[in-house]
Design a binder for this molecule. Structure first.
Ligand SMILES: [Zn+2]
Length: 266
């Protein structure tokens, strides 16, 4: 990857939206390019600022058009942060300088509209935050080459390894016979809790199975996708389960169903 290609991918890298293979390609250039690193720091700073102030939202195109039709200010001048299609990255008050003049009143109402709209659109649900956190953990476990704290293909080694490390006993289910061998286990920190992760493999694809006690009733199995990964969630028998993998959804659901069937037998 050359500098220009890396620059194009930089915003997505900052927002952690690249796939694992893209990250690997990107970092091959990035790690030896000071320009890219400086640009990264700047974009990461802006990105944090925006998220911290909840001034980050995806406006529907109709909304953008409506706002543009009622105001006379050129938005692209008012907000030097680029306006790309319907995706707005607003960074102010930095960009406030120089536009707070006769159009102040209009801008103030626009600001009020943006703030209320952004609060409405931006607040991610607890579930979204959780899937975000799990996906990040999954990616980290692959990147840092830190998939397992205990490496074993034997459930009788993995199961006792968790003893004394957690205040619950995660079910460690052997699924070798169905093509999903256990390869290890580790502790992770998700949603403010230390939780168990059991690592399975299927044709060289790792599956991170996150387990922690569930306090809010059983929940049926459902699959979601995030950043190119599949997440399958269900809750049963007092435990929350999240399986995360780059396997296709049908495979991962099949894994989850086999596991769930075994959990209820044990
Ligand atoms: Zn570069």
């Amino acid at each position: 990857m050359n500098h220009e290609q890396a620059q194009n991918l930089l915003p997505a890298y900052v927002d952690k939206e690249l796939s694992l293979s893209e990250v690997v390609d990107f970092e091959r250039h990035f790690n030896s390019c000071t320009k890219c690193q400086l640009e990264y720091q700047e974009q990461a700073r802006v990105s944090t600022l925006i998220k911290n102030n909840a001034l980050y939202f995806e406006a529907k195109p109709e909304l953008a058009e409506r706002i543009e039709s009622v105001i006379t200010v050129d938005l692209s001048k008012a907000f030097p942060q680029k306006i790309q299609g319907h995706f707005w990255n607003l960074n102010w008050p930095g960009s406030w300088d120089g536009i707070w003049g006769s159009k102040g009143a209009i801008m103030a109402s626009l600001a009020a509209l943006i703030i209320s709209t952004s609060l409405f659109f931006a607040t991610p649900s607890a579930q979204e935050k959780l899937t975000e956190e799990l996906t990040a953990s999954h990616i980290r476990s692959l990147q840092a080459n830190h998939l397992s704290d205990v490496i074993s293909t034997d459930q009788h080694t993995v199961k006792p390894w968790f003893n004394g490390k957690l205040d619950f006993a995660p079910p460690v289910i052997d699924l070798t016979a169905t093509g999903f061998p256990i390869t290890g286990g580790r502790l992770d920190y998700i949603n403010g809790k230390t939780i168990a992760v059991i690592i399975y493999h299927h044709n060289k694809h790792p599956i991170n199975l996150y387990i922690w006690p569930n306090t809010s009733g059983d929940s049926a199995m459902h699959a979601t996708a995030r950043k190119g990964y599949t997440l399958v969630h269900w809750a049963t028998g007092g435990m929350n389960y999240w399986a995360v993998s780059d396997l296709e959804a049908t495979k991962l659901v099949s894994f989850a169903e086999k596991l769930q069937a075994q959990v209820s037998v044990n």
